[in-house]
Design a protein around this ligand. Structure first.
Ligand SMILES: [Zn+2]
Length: 124
């Protein structure tokens, strides 16, 4: 089994609904996103996935969230923009994009850090 990891960052604001505490107020984070992709075999070049392709795919997905107030854009206008829900959302978007990868791969997990010491991971 091979595993590759790609990370990206973006900045956005959010406010947690249904929460009593500081995080119910609008505030921002520099989010770090880490995707772990796994698969059984490599392509002719010896790659599981091309890092450049994954980076571009992640950049396209993240672009919609970057420098936004997450509570105002779908699905976070309805779904609470917690780190957990952001991780699940990004997982689903990225997994869909990876479905067209040249070699069959599986998105193992997607982790989102909202600070250097706090993160949430989604894996199905
Ligand atoms: Zn926050």
């Amino acid at each position: 089994m091979f595993e590759v990891t790609v990370e990206q960052v973006f900045a956005s604001a959010h406010a947690l609904r249904n929460y009593k505490g500081k995080c119910e107020n609008i505030h921002g984070h520099n989010w770090k996103v880490q995707a772990v992709i796994e698969g059984e075999r490599l392509d002719e070049t010896g790659l599981l996935v091309d890092f450049v392709d994954v980076k571009n795919l992640m950049a396209r997905i993240i672009e919609r969230l970057d420098h936004q107030h997450l509570n105002e854009i779908p699905p976070f206008d309805v779904v609470n923009p917690s780190a957990e829900n952001i991780a699940e959302h990004l997982y689903r978007e990225l997994a869909q994009g990876l479905a067209n990868a040249p070699v069959p791969v599986r998105l193992q997990s997607l982790r989102v850090w909202e600070t250097d010491i706090q993160s949430a991971t989604y894996r199905p």
